[in-house]
Design a protein around this ligand. Sequence first.
Ligand code: F6R
Length: 606
Amino acid sequence: MCGIVGYIGDHAAAPYVIEGLKTLEYRGYDSAGIAVLGSKGATIVRSVGRIRDLEAKLPKRLTGKVGIGHTRWATHGPATTDNAHPHTSAGGRIALVHNGIIDNAATLRTKLMAADVAFTSDTDTEVVAHLIARSAADTLEGAVLDALAQITGTYALAVTDSGHPDRIVIARNGSPLIIGVGEKETLIASDAAALVRHTTRVVHLDDGELATVTAGGFHTFDREANDTGREPVEIDLAATDLELTGHEHYMYKEILEQPERAAAVIRGRLDARFATARLNGLNLSPRELRAFRRVKFLGCGSAYYVGQIGAQMIEDLARIPADAEPASEFRYRNPIIEPDTLYVVVSQSGETADTAFAVLEIKRKGGTVIGAVNVVGSTIAREVDGGIYLHAGPEIAVASTKALTNMAMAFGMLALHLGRLHDLSYADGERISNALKAIPEQIQAILDSEPAIAAIAQRVAKAENAFFIGRVRQYPVAREGAQKLKEISYVHAEAYPTSELKHGPLALIDPAMLTVAVVPDDELASRNIAAVEQVRARGGEVVAITHEAVEFGTIAIERIVVPKTEPELDPILLIIPTQLLAYHAALVLGHDVDKPRNLAKSVTVE
Ligand code: F6R
């Protein structure tokens, strides 16, 4: 989704801004633009399409040392050059870029038009440029504060003023904004990835906070103009983490990283002495944790499906009632927030607006909410009462893989920890702990069987429709498998609990319908095999993701065999082949695997 980059320093700003925008391409966008302040005011260049199209439009000499840039994902008005940011005030003195949504933009636009202000775009953002330009304040900071007093909504804003060419003023409310402090240069970005090539010393602005950014540093303040005195911190993100390192796609690179990243999420967190997990970041004492009588997971899309896996793990190991719900629906149903429920929000990016609003709803009603979040310092990570960082490293591909695996690993540890606070025995604690330790190697074994999975993906790519089926612990695996296939190969896929097939969907089975059945070696294996038989009897083709010990007899199916772990943890491994199936099917079909159509990496609007 929308991205912001800015530079002020000793060098020409444009190359820094363009490079930063290219780094943010993965988030999804439809148009882009840049404003560079030079001796003759601001040069604004905007373009629909890719950053390279924007780059091609830049004038040869663009030497200004102050610049802001933006990638836009259309919300108000179509993807046109006029609607692309930066937006300017009449005459171009003020230029600004904006992420978020100004809720009262329509009212403000009507008022401004009544005062003869001419608009050049359909965007909500343009009103802010006009409001700043019309402020009577004699500093840019004062003018921005005046404008903010009139707007409601969410924003990350970066503003330049050709009357004050030594600064960029930035403001945050509900949309991330980061300052990167370099040597004689300061950068800004909505995502740390865009500035780590130049510095790892950063300040994450808080909601309601602003900053003046100059070549020599920055000064943070609040909406009442009080100094907030923020200091930079080091972030653990290397520029090389963002490179493709010889791979063709980020998704593939991220799938291959899973053994290493899964080892990272459990490192130092398994306590052999007490056969439990040590999760200090939860900020909850054993007594507080024991008092919870229910656990609810909230996340969106794949994060919600992994939340379902987490809920089942908690019920299995801790015997506490647990469920998962889409965070996008949560606050709209006026949820009952119970003091004895532990809310767990799940998010790779930590910026998903729907999930962030769920956090606010829980907090507003006095609930306890922890996070399972990948991006350190992200909005959700900062809002929650505590949590578990996922240590999956930066995830660039739109389709999430390694972050989901680490969510499931984190929930395995959470369930172990809660279980050991309740009735899970030492022996069972050891059983789960040892199984978690073995998972990275077992993932590697699945990745080693990639050629066989890729061959089966050829068949998947030919399907027009697919069912993914699984039961109980494996139903979320089926949902995630269907989601991954839809997202990147555009093959229509639906997930059903295997047991539900005969209650309706079986009517759709014919030779053109492919079924991917998740059939682990567990107490439901014979029932699952019976369902596979019913599909075969109706001429449907079946790919089974299964364990070595499961016997399908003479039923003709393709088998993808994964290593067995403890039953409670099986979903973690059974999901992995679905990633490779989707990836290879998308390759066969010639799709842009890393940037599927219509999707964005981090969904920062509701
Ligand atoms: C699917 C996918 C999405 C995300 C969802 C939540 O591959 O990536 O369904 O899982 O948009 O995103 P985060 O985890 O960043 O909150």
